[in-house]
Write a protein that binds this ligand. Structure first.
Ligand code: BMA
Length: 380
C-alpha cells in the first residue's frame, strides 16, 4: 500500500515537476511533439480543450471565408482544437470525401497551429479491396492490407500519400506541426471496414502496428501522436480488446454521440460518465492521455444539450479534449446539419435555440478555447 502510494506520488506529482516525463510512442518524436504531449498532461487539471471538426472551412450557408469559424461565430472565440479529415487522400485526390481541398486544409492546419491550437486528423479511408468508401465492410479488407495480404502494396502507396501530406505541415520556423492522428476509429462499431465485426483483434493490431512502423520508421514522420479510439464499450476489457499496445499509442479516446430524445431519460449522461470513468482509469494506468474524440447531438434538437447532457456527463472527469463533429454546410451537397450551434436560414426562426446553452458551456471555467490555449503555450 505504502509502496503504491509512493509510486503514485512519484508518477503524478514529482515527475511532472521535472518536465518531460510522458514518453511518446514514437521514440523519435520531434521536440515540439514531445513538448505538446507533456503540456497536454500537465494542463489536465486546468480544463478540457474544446475542438470542432472542419471549423475554419465551412458552416451552415458558407464556405472558405478567411478568418471565419463556426465556433468563433457562436461565442466570439475560436476553438482550441481543430479536426480535419483525410478520406480520399489515399487515392491521390485533391479534395477529401467532404469536398475540402487538401491544399486549403493544409493552410487551415497552419492557421490553427499559429493560433496556439491543437490539430487532430481522422481518416475515413476507402475500402482497399472493393474500392468503395469506408462504410463498405465487405472484402476482409484489414486482412488484405496487412503484411502478406493481397493489397499490402496498395496500402503502402496510400501511406506514402498520408506521409507526404503530414510532412507538408510546417510552422513558421520550419518545425513540423504536431498532429493527433486518429486512424481506424470507432473500431468497436460495425460500420467501417476496420470494425470489430469484420476483423480480428490480431488483424487490427497488425494493421495499426504496421501503419505506425511504416509512417514512423520508413517515412520518418515524427510529429504524430497516435490516438486509439473505440466507439461503444462497457468494460475495460472491451475497450482494450483491439488495443495495439502501449508502444503504439499516445492518446486513449472514444466517440460518443447523443441519439433519441434526451428530455425523458438520462441515458447519455450516465453512459458518458461511466465510460469516462473507465477511460480515465485505463489511461492513468497506461500513462496515456484520455480524450472524448467525437461527440455531439445531430442538429441539437434539445436546446440545453450542452449543459444538461454533455457537461453533466463529463462532470469532474479530467480529460484532455472533447471534439464536436462538423457543421455540414454547403459542402458536398450532403444537406445541412450541425453539431455546433450556427446561425442560418436552415434554422427556422432567429438564432439557433441551443446558442445560449452553448454560451454557458463557453463561459463555464471547464473548457479551454483559443485564448487560454494560447496563454498556456502548448508548444513551449
Ligand atoms: C462522418 C459524416 C460524413 C463524413 C465523414 C468524414 O461522420 O460527417 O458525412 O463524410 O464523417 O468527415
Amino acid at each position: 500500500m505504502r509502496k503504491l502510494f509512493f509510486t503514485g506520488f512519484f508518477l503524478t506529482i514529482v515527475l511532472p515537476m521535472l518536465g518531460q516525463v510522458y514518453k511518446t510512442a514514437n521514440k523519435k518524436a520531434s521536440a515540439t511533439t514531445v513538448q505538446l504531449y507533456n503540456n497536454l498532461f500537465s494542463i489536465l487539471p486546468k480544463g478540457i480543450l474544446f475542438g470542432h471538426q472542419d471549423d475554419l472551412a465551412y458552416g451552415l450557408g458558407w464556405e472558405y471565408i478567411p478568418g471565419k469559424s463556426v465556433v468563433q461565430d457562436a461565442v466570439g472565440e475560436y476553438p482550441a482544437m481543430y479536426g480535419w479529415e483525410l478520406g480520399d487522400l489515399e487515392l491521390g485526390a485533391t479534395f477529401n470525401l467532404d469536398s475540402v481541398p487538401f491544399n486549403k486544409m493544409k493552410s487551415f492546419i497552419k492557421e490553427g497551429y499559429q493560433k496556439g491550437g491543437v490539430i487532430t486528423i481522422s481518416w475515413h479511408a476507402n475500402n482497399p479491396v472493393t474500392g468503395k468508401n469506408a462504410w463498405d465492410i465487405s472484402g476482409n479488407a484489414v486482412a488484405a492490407i496487412i503484411p502478406g495480404g493481397s493489397k499490402h502494396e496498395l496500402y503502402k502507396v496510400w501511406l506514402d500519400r498520408v506521409a507526404s501530406f503530414m510532412l507538408d505541415l510546417k510552422g513558421q520556423k520550419g518545425e513540423y506541426i504536431p498532429v493527433i492522428f486518429r486512424p481506424f476509429h470507432e473500431l468497436t462499431g460495425n460500420w467501417f471496414w476496420w470494425c470489430q465485426n469484420v476483423c480480428t483483434p490480431e488483424e487490427y493490431k497488425k494493421l495499426w502496428q504496421f501503419t505506425f512502423d511504416y509512417l514512423t520508421n520508413i517515412k520518418q514522420v515524427h510529429h504524430l501522436l497516435w490516438a486509439y479510439n473505440p466507439e461503444k464499450f462497457e468494460t475495460e476489457a472491451q475497450f482494450m480488446q483491439y488495443y495495439p499496445g502501449d508502444e503504439y499509442v499516445d492518446v486513449m479516446s472514444f466517440d460518443f454521440y447523443q441519439y433519441g430524445d434526451p428530455s425523458n431519460n438520462s441515458d447519455f449522461e450516465q453512459k458518458l460518465d461511466k465510460r469516462l470513468g473507465i477511460l480515465t482509469s485505463i489511461a492513468r494506468k497506461h500513462q496515456k492521455l484520455p480524450a472524448l474524440a467525437e461527440t455531439g447531438f445531430l442538429n441539437i434538437p434539445y436546446a440545453e444539450w450542452f449543459t444538461k447532457k454533455l457537461m453533466k456527463g463529463i462532470g469532474n472527469h479530467q480529460i484532455s479534449y472533447i471534439h464536436l463533429w462538423r457543421d455540414g454546410g454547403l459542402v458536398n451537397g450532403t444537406g445541412k446539419y450541425r453539431f455546433a450551434p450556427s446561425q442560418d436560414h436552415f434554422i427556422p426562426v432567429g438564432r439557433d435555440p441551443s446558442f445560449m446553452d452553448f454560451y454557458k458551456l463557453y463561459i463555464s471555467d471547464k473548457f479551454i478555447f483559443e485564448k487560454k490555449a494560447r496563454e498556456l503555450k502548448l508548444y513551449k
